[in-house]
Design a protein around this ligand. Structure first.
Ligand code: PMP
Length: 392
């Protein structure tokens, strides 16, 4: 096994090594995290609406745990399919105004499982270069051809669609909001291309579900495009503050997945407490509009503060704010300096992002106050000057 040490050394030399660091939550303060003895403002969580510690969610989870036990005990196709699952999926279909919904254990399993059941050998998947790894892995599992188009480059996509006209099935997959860049996919244009070339379209709303649309349905709804999306995916681990994922679409799609999706068939159902927590979070996501209003206000403030400092933060308008520093070592030093100032904001490096675009990925929450965000922006500005990321 010596080869592993050698490889790991090489990764460390390139500032590409990763390690698992322990942190814990602060009860009642979802905007903070504790590392060692230090309390840090958490700007690296995807708890966008600040629901992860909502008392009503915790209460129903506790109740389900006590009445139904710790685990579901079996796959959904055997005895793990509790009534709460069925009710949740009805509520999800109603929320998304679609025919049917299906809950998966997490977003990774939903994406990888769904893509690999929709296409196979002889098919082709057109995927944005910055799509999440779970989609990329789904394409690999499917054995379909992977036609990767440059980020948001619709002319490149059209060229690839033209080159693959003869393929059996065609699937276009995209994040709605890109997870490391925080910018939007060009959904309207993707829909036009899907119709023109007879392709299916799958949209991952992991970072937009809960945040956009009148009841948090996502970006497709906000833009009135939901009826043109064939496979609508979202997660419960981010805005919902819990865990799990959903697929929404036609009754036929969901029947197909129940029969074919291996992560659903061959894996134990989620624990009842998680399903109860998701169901309560769904009610809050739909009803508590002020959380959406707050996160968008917080986003505008933080983005404008960083922009005015002279940082490059990309084209997005979402709560994912990427501060691109370029090289891996500077990104790591930037993140450590922020931590010394009481701010948790992790460095993201290749292969998660393309070579030469290492960054600090800030993700904001509705629970962050203007004061906290302004403080973080001032500290970030000072560190940017110290590290030469900003010119004086
Ligand atoms: N899709 C996107 C765009 C994501 O960012 C993530 C998680 N970071 C996932 C899917 C996977 O979701 P989960 O964490 O629930 O597995």
């Amino acid at each position: 096994m010596n080869w592993m040490d050698t490889e790991l050394e090489l990764m460390a030399d390139a500032s590409l090594n990763r390690s698992l660091r322990a942190s814990r939550s602060v009860s009642g303060y979802p905007g903070y995290t504790v590392r060692g003895e230090q309390v840090l403002l958490n700007m690296s969580s995807n708890d966008y609406l600040g629901l992860s510690q909502h008392p009503a969610i915790l209460e129903v989870m506790r109740e389900a745990l006590l009445t139904e036990g710790a685990g579901s005990g079996a796959s959904r196709l055997t005895t793990g399919n509790g009534l709460a699952y069925v009710r949740l999926e009805e509520a999800l279909a109603d929320w998304q105004n679609c025919e049917a919904a299906l809950v998966f254990a997490n977003g990774y399993m939903a994406n990888s499982g769904v893509i690999s059941t929709l296409v196979g050998r002889g098919d082709v998947v057109f995927s944005d270069q910055l799509n999440h790894a779970s989609m990329v892995d789904g394409i690999v599992f499917s054995r379909a051809e992977h036609a990767r188009y440059r980020h948001n480059d619709l002319e490149h996509l059209r060229k690839l669609l033209n080159n693959n006209r003869d393929k059996r099935r065609k699937l276009i997959v995209t994040d709605a909001i890109f997870s490391m860049d925080g910018d939007r996919a060009h959904l309207q244009e993707l829909i036009s291309l899907k119709h023109e070339y007879g392709a299916m379209l799958m949209v991952d709303e992991a970072h937009s579900g809960g945040l956009y649309g009148g009841r948090g349905e996502g970006l497709c709804h906000e833009l009135g495009l939901q009826n043109d999306v064939d496979i609508h995916m979202g997660t419960f681990s981010k805005s919902f503050g819990v865990y799990g994922a959903y697929i929404c679409g036609s009754r036929t799609l969901i029947r197909w997945l129940v029969n074919k999706a291996r992560p659903l068939i061959y894996s134990t159902a989620l624990p009842p407490s998680i399903i109860a927590g998701i169901a309560k979070a769904l009610v809050l996501v739909k009803e508590e509009n002020w959380r959406r209003e707050r996160i968008h206000l917080a986003t505008r403030l933080f983005r404008s503060l960083l922009c005015n400092s002279g940082f490059k933060i990309g084209a997005g308008d979402s709560p994912i704010v990427p501060l691109i520093v370029g090289d891996n070592e500077t990104a790591l030093r930037f993140s450590s300096a922020l931590e010394e100032e009481g701010i948790a904001a992790v460095a993201i490096r290749p292969p998660t992002v393309p070579e030469g675009t290492a960054r600090i990925r800030f993700s904001l929450s509705a629970v962050h106050t203007d004061k906290e965000l302004t403080h973080a922006a001032v500290r970030t500005h000072n560190i940017g000057l110290q590290l030469g990321v900003l010119c004086p």
